[in-house]
Design a protein around this ligand. Structure first.
Ligand code: NDP
Length: 486
């Protein structure tokens, strides 16, 4: 054991693996349509893989075009009754779902980790509790919609098609479903191909909660299932979270139609450290900002802007802290950085990191033994980055941080805003007035002050520019699911 300072101790941890004995997974999952698990029309199934081991976990039905049509029909049939149900009755279902998520939280956390590769500590302490919190929050709104929309008379939109990505599978499902249902809509959710399992367990929860058939549909599949769903006649509103490229494709497809749309897309968020910040605290925030969930976070603080006077100090502290990150088995409760979600995502990260090196930035990746099987990427720091480098411009969606510097507050703002994205930002300073001044000048949907990646169901989340439009969370998250009558 080496004692470096009084408060920083480096030691070896014994393995602390979470058990998977208590989870009950089927070998095969159907599509959840009209309150029942069903065979897909064309009989296609696909395996879902554990990215930490490359072992298949279960087979999942593939929703083809006929399944999309059947799902929309079932949802349309369910809509009038659900919309006409008393607000308080709808709230009760949402409360029940929230309670059942809590009851099954240990199981859901393990399945989320097995299916997606994120550290168990995160699925257990962040994803699952926040998913329950979203259902609780919107259960509370169901009979208070008037207060959420400035006392206007509103009505639900109808059938909502929702497509979610693989980085927070259950949490994104909750972000989408809870407000939609609270407002009286019925929803068809398409989970990502690599992480369908917790959405299917949520389907079981809907059954347990005795949610009326057709109110929630879970339609696993791949990109073409999503493409079919968002274009399906009979879908009144689309809510999408994922890449800007797919968001753009959906927006083009829906242009000129009456289908309502909200998009939550990519980001290249600036995390700005001023010289007067509490630097140790800022370093923790930088680590959380970019290495949380392997950097598979739309609002990840992937552009680190450090004031020149403290650049060397911050980088030294950050590098030292990065050296203590534990990379490996996501099921181990000591793991900080788990597996990359898929082989494709690993390849995307590798391509962009190689581009960073080719363009002349200096790369440092922490020395760590990576497991032989599965998809892994060591936490990586790039310095000598210029604003035009691809690693400073494009979303890497991996554990890679690019460091840029600035001299003045004005330069920090200009550099932070110099992005086609505008999802989130972080500001680290001891001066309240500076934090507020900078926050109001940043073109970003969420700005965190002396913290990062802080999510709360009561707060609105969403982007500007190529990060999309529309807000999720809090009362603002009700608006996209309602039509103002007068
Ligand atoms: P996608 O945007 O392709 O996937 C997001 C969701 O959309 C998934 O459910 C996907 O299905 C579905 N989808 C794919 N194609 C279409 C389509 N044409 N129409 C409708 N839905 C579709 O992201 P990727 O998984 O391919 O990731 C690529 C990159 O996107 C990442 O490297 C990252 O940079 C970014 N990304 C950003 C996210 C964010 O939250 N901002 C989330 C995920 C990715 P399926 O998974 O089954 O293909």
């Amino acid at each position: 054991m080496t004692i470096e300072t009084r408060t920083s101790i480096v030691w070896d941890y014994a393995p602390a693996p979470e058990s998977a004995d208590h989870i009950r997974l089927e070998d095969r999952y159907g599509l959840f349509v009209n309150g029942q698990f069903r065979e897909p029309r064309d009989g296609r199934y696909f395996p879902t893989i554990n990215p930490a081991t490359e072992e298949p976990i279960a087979e999942v039905a593939y929703g083809g075009p006929e399944d999309v049509t059947a799902a929309v029909e079932a949802a349309r049939a369910a809509f009038p009754k659900w919309a006409a149900l008393g607000d308080l009755e709808r709230a009760k279902y949402l409360f029940r779902i929230a309670r059942l998520i809590q009851e099954r939280s240990r199981e859901l956390a393990v399945v989320e980790t097995l299916d997606g590769g994120k550290p168990l500590r995160e699925s257990r302490d962040v994803d699952i509790p926040l998913a329950a919190a979203h259902f609780f929050h919107y259960a509370g709104w169901a009979d208070k919609l008037l207060y959420g929309v400035n006392a206007r008379e509103v009505r639900p939109l109808g059938v909502v098609g929702q497509v979610v990505p693989w980085n927070f599978p259950l949490l994104m499902a909750a972000w989408k479903l809870a407000p939609a249902l609270a407002c009286g809509n019925v929803a068809i959710l398409k989970p990502a191909e690599t992480t369908p399992l917790t959405a299917l367990l949520l389907a079981e929860i809907c059954q347990e909660a005795e949610l009326p058939p057709g109110v929630v549909t879970i339609l696993p599949g791949d990109g073409s299932t999503g493409a079919g769903l968002v274009r399906a006649p009979g879908v009144d509103k689309v809510a999408f979270t994922g890449s800007t490229a797919v968001g753009r494709d959906i927006q083009a497809a829906l242009a000129g139609t009456n289908t309502h749309l909200t998009l939550e897309l990519g980001g290249k968020s600036a995390n700005i450290v001023f010289e007067d910040a509490a630097l140790d605290q800022a370093v923790e925030g930088i680590v959380n900002g970019i290495f949380f969930n392997q950097g598979h976070v739309c609002c990840a603080g992937s552009r680190l802007l450090i004031q020149e006077s403290v650049r060397d100090e911050v980088i030294a502290k950050l590098w030292q802290r990065m050296g203590r990150l534990r990379v490996g088995d996501p099921m181990d409760k000591n793991t900080d950085v788990g597996a990359i979600n898929s082989a494709e995502q690993l390849e995307r990260i590798e391509v962009l990191v190689a581009a960073g090196e080719e363009e002349g930035a200096t790369r440092r990746s922490i020395a760590c033994e990576l497991p032989k099987r599965g998809y892994w990427f060591a936490p990586t720091l790039f310095t000598d980055v210029s604003p035009a480098h691809r690693i400073a411009v494009e979303e890497i969606f991996g554990p890679v941080v690019s460091v840029l510097t600035f001299r003045t507050q004005a330069e920090a703002i200009e550099k932070a805003n110099n992005s086609r994205y505008g999802l989130a930002a972080g500001i680290w300073t001891d001066k309240g007035s500076k934090a507020f001044e900078v926050a109001s000048a940043l073109k970003a949907g969420v700005v965190w002050q002396n913290t990062y990646n802080h999510f709360d169901p009561t707060a609105a989340f969403g982007g500007y520019k190529e990060s999309g439009f529309g807000r999720e969370g809090g009362p603002a998250g009700l608006r996209p699911y309602l039509e103002v009558v007068r």
